[in-house]
Structures are given as structure tokens and as C-alpha cells.
Write a protein that binds this ligand. Sequence first.
Ligand code: IVH
Length: 687
Amino acid sequence: MPNLSLFPDVAAELKQLRSEINYHNNRYHTLDDPQISDAEYDRLLQKLKTLETQYPELITPDSPTQRVGATPLSEFVTVVHEMPMLSLDNAFSDDDLIAFNKRVQDRLKSVDEIEFACEVKLDGLAVSLLYRDGILVRGATRGDGTNGEDITQNVRTIGSIPLRLLGENFPQILEVRGEIYMPKAGFNKFNEKALAAGEKLFINPRNAAAGSLRQLDARITAIRPLEMCAYSVGLVEGFTEENKLPNCHTDILAALGSWGFLINRELKVAHNIDECLEYYRTIQLKRSDLAYDIDGIVFKVNSRKLQEELGFISRAPRWAIAYKFPAQEETTILLDVEFQVGRTGAVTPVARLQPVFVGGVTVSNATLHNRDEINRLGVKIGDTVIVLRAGDVIPKILAVIESKRPADARDIIFPEHCPVCGSKVETVPGEAVARCDGGLICAAQRKEAIKHFVSRKAMNVEGLGDKLVEQLVDLALINNLADIYKLTREQLANLERMGEKSADNILAALDVSKKTTLAKFIYALGIREVGESTARNFAKAYGTFEAFAGSDELGLQQVPDVGPVVAHFVFEFFQQENNRLAIEQLKAAGIYWPDEIAGMVDLPLAGLTYVLTGTLEALDRDDAKAHLLALGAKVSGSVSAKTNYVVAGPGAGSKLQKAEELGIKILSEADLLALFTQHGLTQHEQT
Ligand code: IVH
């Protein structure tokens, strides 16, 4: 211990600086509510570093400058846990959970309803953190529950782990237990960088967290985006009579929160088992919107007294249970690979899998994206693979289990000719995607172009679904976009599973679709790289279709967010005779858009940029976006200094944080609804 009395002023200044930095560190990492900008925080840290360089004898291990050690370890030392780190019993159905509740009530000889703490089950790694007199002295993995590994150097680098506890009222010895995990956004960013650098990718956030903690060199852990969330205490000693461990689990978590730990925001108290089931369903619905992976819900009897009465059975407490969600990852066999041709001719390899139940559904296909992805995975036909199906996204292959590769596994051969029309498949140098160069000669591209043209966000022809479009193209009743407006009642009524009534409905829907907007029409054409927002920019910039179609590449690049690539695709599109002809025919069929330009500049939200983040509960996200756009606002996917408003719902994470840092106005969903109402959108139109 340095003799502080030699430098009383400096020592006091250091103490003050450290406590200020610890406070802001907690606001940022744990409370997700920073009060100063990153730059100001960096200035404080820099000031501390400078002072510590002048007075190295005054550096303490809990100083915020001491998170990253410089000397790698040669091995991890084994740690014996003071109290074993137990695991949890699992429930896989509502009945299992109800049976758990009954066991608890029976054992307590209680007819009263039991209060449970409901927590998400974070999918990371369990960790034990030991604090003596408020200073972090050891971090350890769970290991086999009795012996773990000392990962103190690594846990010290994690911003949401306090090196020194905040406040005063903590016990002399405190062991905090929780989960270390990598949030999804950090994981994706990390893998994107690794992919660009040609490095090995992590399979999922859990493996990424495990790999990051298993580093002997903590400087590597320090640059991995890890978080830690506290969920219980282990050894606790040295509380005073007036100041003791709270009586229920949720109050213990609140105390941990006050000492600087991150406590998961989804924590709730349920007053009976029905409320537990309701919690399970609510979280299951928002699972894919959460910023981190979870694999179930943990229910814990809230009262510590009841917990003690219930005790333990083998290696798990009788007072807690993990109700697992259906797995989102499973292993299965890759039976074959087929090649699908998309709207723009992109040839996509699709894995045909031995059907497997994953993410709540039976999956028999998964995307393999492109040739690079096949090479990266090193996958062959016949391999055992890990499939991910999370939320509503298309299932994908995460990894190959090479040890299970059969002797007769076959290489995946990319076709040289289009499997649909036989045209050549071209790969543009520098592009991962291979494309059929058949254009609209290719029935697959024709089908996809028409499906896109009639889709909801394009011409919105109700009732003209994918299957029907395929039938119409196969029967050569439609060969180009304009043909859909030439369909007759007789042609439609004669189709399989179609009566006269349905035929009339489709004809009526086709008629309604003719009145559109310039932006939707441009989007509907399916020009490569021209999505909804770019189409809108073109419509705004040019005002008339003729001006847009006649512009040259340089002119097109003057439009916001349009670069040379998009400009080139647009220009090329209008150079093609068949496209010009189809457009003439569409206009002749009666497609029109009322003049909207005059109104556009005056739209109430013109010039404002909104970002939507987190879950919207009353509104569909696409609808909310469409309403904002209709009112003239721009809707962006990321927060920047140009953002005017961020609409944040439950589960909002890094975008909300950034908005707060930048001092951007935050709106709730209720504010958004009020805004829509104010601008004349009725409740019915909104939802
Ligand atoms: S409580 C005795 N709470 O799940 C109670 N565990 O299968 C021990 N986990 O190893 C754990 N989130 O790593 C608890 N909110 C949570 C949790 C949680 C994730 C993990 C933990 C543990 C495993 C138990």
C-alpha cells in the first residue's frame, strides 16, 4: 500500500476521479443510461491515466485504468468454489411447470399461492465473482460446479463488472453469481469483421462468449463485446445486524443492482403459477427482439425462508426450475443441394435436409447463401450439420460436424448453366453471387419478377399469391409484367382451385391496383438494388416517371443515397428494349399515379428522420414505418447525429443508448400513436 499521506492532495484527487469514472461506467454499462458523452468519459479516464503515470505508486488494482492486464497467463489456475455452483432442473412443458409448482406447495404443506421471481435464462457462461471489502478479488468459471478456473484477468475487462462495488452497504465478503454473454449485435459485428479478415467465425454468441473468456491473454478478451448479468449470490459474510441480506430474491437482485451490477430488465414477480406461464409466453414472443440470446425462463421461489425450507436435491435447488424454450439449433443431415433462381437471376444453393424439429417447426430446407458460404463452411452432401432457426428468419447451416462425415460424402458442384432455363451462370469477379444471365427468358426470373410486382409493398394486387403466379407463368398466360392486366375472367376461372367468384375478385383487385404512387411503381419494377426507400427517393427527386427513366447515370447519382452501382443498374434497366416495352404496355393498361409531388414537400414530417427500435406492441413495425413515410418522414435503421427522433419500445438496446448519448429525443409507442392520430390517421388505419 503506498503511503498516501505523502501525496494527500493527489491521493484525494485520484480517489475522486476513480469514483466519478466508476459512477459513469455504471451508468453506461449497467444502467444503459449514460449521463456524459463517450468523449467526456474518455477525457476523465485520460486524466486519471496521466495522473497515475506521474504517481505510479498510487495505482490501485481496482482503478478503472487497471481493467486490462498486460501479461498473458501460461495456464488457468483451478479454483475450488466456497459453495458449489449448482445447476437447475428443467421443465419442457406447461405440465412440467405445473408439476413443479405442486411439488413446491406439497413440500411446504401450503395451499397458498407461491410468489416466484421470473427471469430470462441467459445463454452464456456461469461465473462467480468474489469481492472482499468491495474489491473484486477473483472471477471463476463454474467448471464442474465444485472446481472452476480462475479467470480474474478476463472478467476484469468486462465493463458491466464493477472492480469496486458502488455504495457502502455491502457485506465484507460477497460472492456474486451471474452469466457472461455476448449480445447479438456485438456477435454479428464481431463475425462480420472476422469474415472480412478471413478469420474463423464463431457459431453462435454462446460459443463466442466461451471462446472470448478462454483467452490466456486478457487483452483479447478486452476487445470482445461481453456483458455480465448478475442472477444470485453465493458466499456472503460480514453483514451487520442492521444491514443484512434481504429476505427475498428480487430484493437481493435490487441490492446487487445498487452495488453496480447489471440486473436483467425482464425480471418480474409472479404471484402464482398462471402468471409464470403468462410470463413464459410473453418472453417467448419477444425472444427474437431481445438484444441477447436466451434459452428459457428461470422461475425461483422468491422468499428466502421458503427457499431454505425447500432445500436441495442432488445438484439442483428444489425452489427453482428452468423452463426451456424449444431448441433453436439442432443437428441433422444434408441430403442434397438444389439451386434456386431468384428475381435478379441470383442462383442460390438451398440445402435439402433430413427433416428436423427446431425452433418450434419442422425444417427440411436451409439457405446456403452462395459459393463463398459453402467454401467457408466446408460442407459436403452427406454431412451432419448444425441448423439454426431463430424467430421467423430462414433457417441456415451454422457448422459442419466433420467427425461425422461419411466416407461417401460428395462435393457440392455449382452449376454452370441455369437449372431452369439453361442459360449460362455468370459470376462477376468480386461478387459472391452467381447469376443466370437469361433475364426474363428464364421462367424462374419471370415468376419472381411478377411475384415482386404484385406484392403488398409494390402494386399490392390482393389474392394474386405466389402459387397462382407460378401457375400462370407455367401455363404461359403471363410472360411479362403487363400481361397480368390482360388476364381474362375465363382464363382465371379455368385454373385449378379457382371459381368464377375468385376470378372476379382477382380482376377487381387488379383494377384497384392500377391506382398507385410513383414510388411504388418504381419499386414494383424490381430494378436491382432499388428497394422501397431508394424508389421513394427517386420519386421525390424526379417527380415524373419520364424524368426518372430518361436520366443518365450521373444524374441518377445526384439523388440521396444513390451511388454509382445503383445508378448503373437503373440506367441499364431502361436501356433494355423489353423493359421499355413492358412499361409502355403497363401504362396502356391504365396504371396511373395521381400527381403527388405538389403535396410531398408540405408533408407534416418532411425533413425529419426517425429510427424505430425495440418491440412495438400495438403497431406492426412495417405499418408504423409506412405511416411515418406517408407523413413525409425518413425512417432509418441506424442512429446518427442526423436522427431527429428514436421510437423505443421494450427490449431497445444499443440504438436507444446511442440516441441518449447524442441527446436525441426519445419517443414511446404511445407518443407515436398520438402523432399518427394528430395527423389524421385513425386507430383502424394504424393497426
Ligand atoms: S440460477 C441454483 N438464473 O443456467 C441456481 N441461472 O442450468 C443456479 N442461467 O449454470 C442458477 N440465466 O449459467 C440462474 N437467470 C438465471 C440464469 C441462469 C442463465 C444459467 C446458469 C446455470 C444454468 C443452470
